[in-house]
Design a protein around this ligand. Structure first.
Ligand SMILES: NC(=O)c1ccc[n+]([C@@H]2O[C@H](COP(=O)([O-])OP(=O)(O)OC[C@H]3O[C@@H](n4cnc5c(N)ncnc54)[C@H](O)[C@@H]3O)[C@@H](O)[C@H]2O)c1
Length: 359
């Protein structure tokens, strides 16, 4: 099997967890159960088959450094759980566009246009022969995400959209990837065990047990730059839609719902705290209340899921399947082109791996 050549846009905490994860599990046994991966050998691809060939960021202290060092540079605060060797990949300046909100200029240490010029991302992707570009930009990067998606299309490179901008789930964008014969997976990556999946499953349980849901909320706190970026409600619109639909799509009727990032608590750093509440009525009109507090290290939580997505996208490339990757997107993303229960989506992915399902 050939190597999987991956480029990343945004060398923040999620990129750090992904890259560390590849090195942490490089020697995993083929049949080993790795928490957070569907399979060590995913359709013939091992975790160590993933190699990083390009990286783009706007932080002047990450730009110019080897990717293996940039992933630990401030303001990143992802746990350090693996030694990553020098990768020989220099972080390049990407265009800033709307990736950096005014209140994030300082925390993200954004370069100034007077001192640095952005590279042409599409040219770089072609030069390094990237198989795919993984989008890890901050929430609210509408223009920047479209710039990177366009660059991928131009370079003939697949696109994995981990953020809540709608590309794979938008019929126009999905259609453009299909026309070019290039796979796209997205949108907004799910975590291994995060607020969304816990909320979805509790709501699913209630619906299946005939509980009449009356109201529900999911409030999230964190202390990393993802949460700092999201204190501006204006940048949050698509995040709220994506997280809310992931839960409400399970319920066959309308329920008053409030879901989203709720505050930035600096000392929490990369620990995310979620408060979840469900209220409903059961037999005899009697009330039932569920309250849950979930605490996780935020960034490593989705890295294993992305490692599986990368390998599914590579399989699609090998099979010359273009357009939205339906099975993997339903399984791994909060706002996929098609929403189905997680257990069904997992079966779809297994069918895709074995070749029974085309996409
Ligand atoms: N943590 C999870 O499990 C999870 C789940 C779902 C979605 N996400 C999303 O993934 C994205 C990345 O999360 P993170 O924790 O790594 O965020 P982060 O704040 O740590 O990293 C974002 C990076 O993007 C860089 N950046 C900003 N504008 C850019 C541009 N125009 N071009 C290139 N780089 C640019 C920043 O300098 C920073 O390094 C966020 O949108 C987040 O909401 C994360």
């Amino acid at each position: 099997m050939s190597k999987i050549r991956v480029a990343v846009a945004g060398v923040g905490n999620c990129a750090s967890a992904l890259i560390q994860g590849v090195y942490f599990y490089k020697d995993a046994g083929e049949d080993e159960v790795v928490p957070g991966l569907m399979h060590v050998n995913f359709g013939g691809y091992h975790v160590r088959d993933i190699e990083f060939v390009a990286a783009f960021d706007v932080n002047r202290e990450k730009i110019g450094r080897d990717l293996s060092e940039a992933i630990y540079a401030e303001p990143n605060c992802c746990a350090r759980f693996a030694d990553v060797p020098n990768l020989g990949v220099e972080v390049l300046p990407g265009p800033i566009l709307d990736g950096v909100a005014p209140h994030m200029l300082k925390p993200f240490k954004a370069y100034s246009a007077d001192t640095m010029e952005a590279v042409d991302v599409s040219e770089v992707l072609k030069d390094v022969e990237a198989d795919m570009l993984v989008n890890y930009l901050p929430v609210g990067s509408r223009k920047a995400t479209r710039y990177y998606a366009e660059a991928a299309l131009e370079a003939g490179c697949a696109f994995v959209n981990c953020i809540p901008e709608f590309i794979a789930s938008d019929s126009l964008w999905a259609g453009r990837f299909e026309e070019r014969g290039i796979p796209v997976a997205g949108d907004d990556i799910k975590s291994q065990l995060g607020a969304t999946i816990v909320h979805r499953n509790l709501v699913d349980l209630c619906v299946n047990r005939g509980i009449l849901l009356e109201e529900t909320y999911q409030l999230n706190l964190g202390g990393n730059t993802d949460f700092l970026n999201m204190i501006v409600e204006e940048r949050l619109k698509t995040k709220r839609i994506s997280k809310t639909e992931a839960v409400t799509s399970i319920v066959p009727y309308k329920v008053p719902t409030r879901i989203g990032p709720s505050d930035y608590v600096p000392f929490l750093r990369d620990r995310k705290v979620c408060y979840l509440y469900i209220c409903g009525k059961k037999f005899g009109g009697q009330p039932v209340y569920i309250t849950v507090k979930l605490e996780v290290e935020d960034s490593p939580n989705s890295a294993g899921v992305v490692i599986d997505v990368i390998r599914a996208v590579k399989i699609a490339l090998d099979r010359k399947v273009g357009g939205p990757l339906i099975s993997m997107s339903s399984y791994a993303f909060k706002h996929p082109p098609v929403q189905v229960p997680d257990s069904e989506a997992r079966i779809w992915v297994e069918e895709f791996i074995s070749g029974k399902r085309p996409r």
